[in-house]
Ligand binder design. Sequence first.
Ligand code: ATP
Ligand code: MG
Length: 202
Amino acid sequence: MPGNQRVGIMGGTFDPIHIGHLVIAEAVRIEYLLDKIIFIPAANPPHKQNSCVTDAMARYAMTVLATYSNPYFFVSDIELRRAGPSYSIDTVKALIELYGKQTEFYFITGADTIQEIPTWKDIDDLLNLCNFVATARPGCINSIDNIVSYFGEKGRRRIHRLVTPELEISSTDIRQRIKLGKSIKYIVPESVENYLYKEKLY
Ligand code: ATP
Ligand code: MG
């Protein structure tokens, strides 16, 4: 595989994947001239261990359906195949093995997730291995600066901030809407909508 690629990493539970995820991924791809973005559904998210997460294969399938039409988007089952909690440090190390050390990685997050990274396993090492792009999300915009300064010089070098269209959409809200019999049209891709109803996921 050729070196010097720029690769985006879009981690998430994707329960289900929605247009908020797709819009930030595409915005980061364009802004940072990424060669590709790998969507990585988490098997067993360390921050969500107490909540009930939908079957991993169903979340994987929805992620494939949602990203299929974008030639720059790919889906990896790397975290689904690994036993135990999904730590990003392990995922990024595995991707470096795969793509080579010259590859530049950009870990894409919403503004809520970037606030949590100080609690992530081996975050200091992770910041040595990849960049983070924090996209603005309603209600959490100012907090990104605090995180950048929390990590000092490394934070300023490694954590980038990108203003993206703000879509007040979350998987939690979508699951709730389905339970209440409300429409989720245009909030998730049509293929995902068809799949989750057919499989009666929520
Ligand atoms: P949940 O409500 O179950 O937590 P979610 O909508 O937050 O779901 P996740 O799979 O937890 O989705 O998020 C994956 C990544 O996408 C995270 O970095 C999160 O911050 C980001 N993200 C999710 N929804 C949006 C959105 N509407 N706008 C921008 N970023 C988002
Ligand atoms: Mg979330």
